[in-house]
Design a protein. Sequence first.
Length: 158
Amino acid sequence: MKDILTVLITGTLLLFQVSAGAHEPITGPTPFGEPGKPSQVDRVIKVDMKSMRFDPNRIKVSTGETIRFVITNSDPIDHEFVIGDAAFQDLHRKEMVQMAQMGHVMTHVDSNAVTVGAGQTGKLIWTFSREGRFEIDCNIEGHFEAGMSAIVDVGPAN
């Protein structure tokens, strides 16, 4: 009986989080980096969201580099700017589809993601602590599929 009650409570809490558009924020290291600190920004990169594209669509950084992204949405619709590896992005896209099917809209102001409204500008600071190829995607339903993705190549520190 105790196990059944635990499952019911856990399921109810999870359903509440999903229906509210909530998820666990990233607060530490991940396979694709970690939240950056404003006092440690090495470089500012401006990104424009326009015509279902990111410009630039390929970014090169060095391992350990902390980037302040200044993201301008020049489109008449909202977009996301989400940093992650392919597995993270795939999972997030599925979460966004589920939210849309339930009639909810997920907006982000997370350490690795920000939703930028039409005509607005957002900012995000991220430290690329590992070498590899990572993605910046807009995971609003249909946007990634329309080509809204950019590549971040993280190479050895200089």
